[in-house]
Design a protein around this ligand. Structure first.
Ligand code: MG
Length: 400
């Protein structure tokens, strides 16, 4: 029996994780945490009977408490609730599927308590990789990627990991990795020049060719900022230098990523567009379990194509490499500025190219903190948001 706690249980990754729990009798849910969707949480609590459930606001938690009074579930709220769930003695794995920097503290607490992490929260490694990865090694816990690209790399490394020490500690340095090949669909605007991207509207950017995702990540995929964040995650997760991480545009999204080894061999993971596969792989690693559903039909596909990313048309990716190279608090600013920029783009306050321009401006105005603490990371995020808010409030209409 494997006991798991899920942060972000009502979101896309959270609900798909629960699908996997439904299909595997030896998985048990010890705790669930969600934002403010009390209806959905009540349903989940009734079905999965966790020991604890956490809502973000006190009001939502109070509502849930009343509705689940007939059950033995302990209802919690806020950061304190997340931290309590993270360290619960009953669970072995924490699935971190919440969005945003609120994922950092619970992840650290869970690692301290010796829990393995099934990582679906991007911000954790992007902004605090220098804290998380050394701590995971020290505590000998596994940080198991849930994102499809990182899972693909992890799966492509699996054969190389068998029988090696350091398997659970994320030390890949001795495996002869020459390059990580991180694939990206290229989004709906692949092939367009910088000038051709000037008039993109939110409704155009919200259409993703292959994956059905939330609004923010759909925009991030189209700007390649999502890929930039994944480059940063890959660097921490696999301990590979930035110049060995190559983004490869692969419009069919069948090769989910690959590893090129020192002897020239490339091992790739291919599969359907189904997030349940990487989630399940993380939950049962190193075991591979059956999973019903879609299959890739190579004959129907015919061909797979690969292109170099165009960093001039999509400067968000180049800026990610720059932020990662600079390091310290710069990736925090990159991520925080992008969050605000996407909001402003959706509100039609900035143009599509304005997203990258705003990120660049925020990065240029930032005074870097080397090795930031969690407090400094959160402060850098707040400061970046604040500066952008001030800029917006000073000028009406379209600002970039
Ligand atoms: Mg991804």
């Amino acid at each position: 029996m494997k006991n798991i706690a899920i942060l972000g249980s009502t979101g896309s990754i959270g609900t798909q994780t629960l699908d996997i729990v439904r299909n595997n009798a030896d998985l048990r849910v010890t705790a669930l945490a969600a934002g403010n969707s009390v209806d959905k949480m009540e349903e989940q609590v009734r079905e999965f009977r966790p020991l604890a459930a956490c809502m973000w606001s006190r009001e939502a938690a109070e509502d849930l408490r009343v509705r689940t009074a007939d059950l033995k579930v302990k209802v919690l709220y806020g950061m304190e609730g997340l931290l309590e769930i993270a360290v619960m003695p009953e669970s072995q794995v924490l699935v971190t599927a919440i969005v945003g920097m609120i994922g950092i503290r619970p992840t650290i607490a869970a690692i301290e308590a010796g829990k393995d992490i099934a990582l679906a929260n991007k911000e954790t490694l992007v902004t605090a990789g220098h804290i998380i990865m050394p701590l995971a090694r020290e505590k000998k816990v596994a940080v198991l990627p849930v994102d499809s690209e990182h899972s693909a790399i992890f799966q492509s490394l699996n054969g190389e990991l068998l029988g090696r020490t350091g398997e659970r500690t994320g030390l890949y340095g001795d495996l002869g990795i020459e390059k990580l090949l991180l694939t990206a669909s290229g989004g709906p605007f692949r092939g367009r020049t910088r000038a051709e991207l000037a008039d993109i509207r939110p409704e155009d950017a919200l259409k993703h060719p292959n994956w059905n995702m939330g609004r923010k990540i759909t925009i991030d995929s189209s700007t390649l900022v999502n890929k930039g964040l994944e480059v940063m995650e890959a660097k921490w997760l696999f301990g590979v230098e930035l110049d060995r991480i190559q983004v490869v545009i692969h419009p069919q999204s069948i090769v989910h990523s690959a590893v090129q080894y020192a002897d020239g061999a490339i091992i790739a993971q291919m599969g359907p567009h189904d997030m349940k596969l990487p989630i399940q792989y993380a939950l049962f690693y190193p075991e591979r379990r059956p999973l019903a559903g879609e299959r890739v039909d190579l004959f129907a596909l015919g061909q797979l194509t690969f292109e170099k990313p165009d960093m001039t048309a999509f400067p968000g990716l180049a800026l990610a490499y720059r932020a990662a190279e600079t390091g310290g608090s710069m990736p925090v600013v990159y991520n925080a500025a992008n969050e605000k920029a996407v909001e402003l783009f959706l509100e039609r306050r900035i143009s599509y190219p304005g997203i990258a321009e705003l990120i660049q401006e925020a990065m240029e105005g930032h005074r870097i903190i080397a090795n930031p603490t969690v407090e400094e990371i959160l402060a850098a995020e707040q400061e970046t948001h604040q500066r952008i808010r001030e800029k917006v409030s000073r000028a009406p209409g379209i600002i970039l």
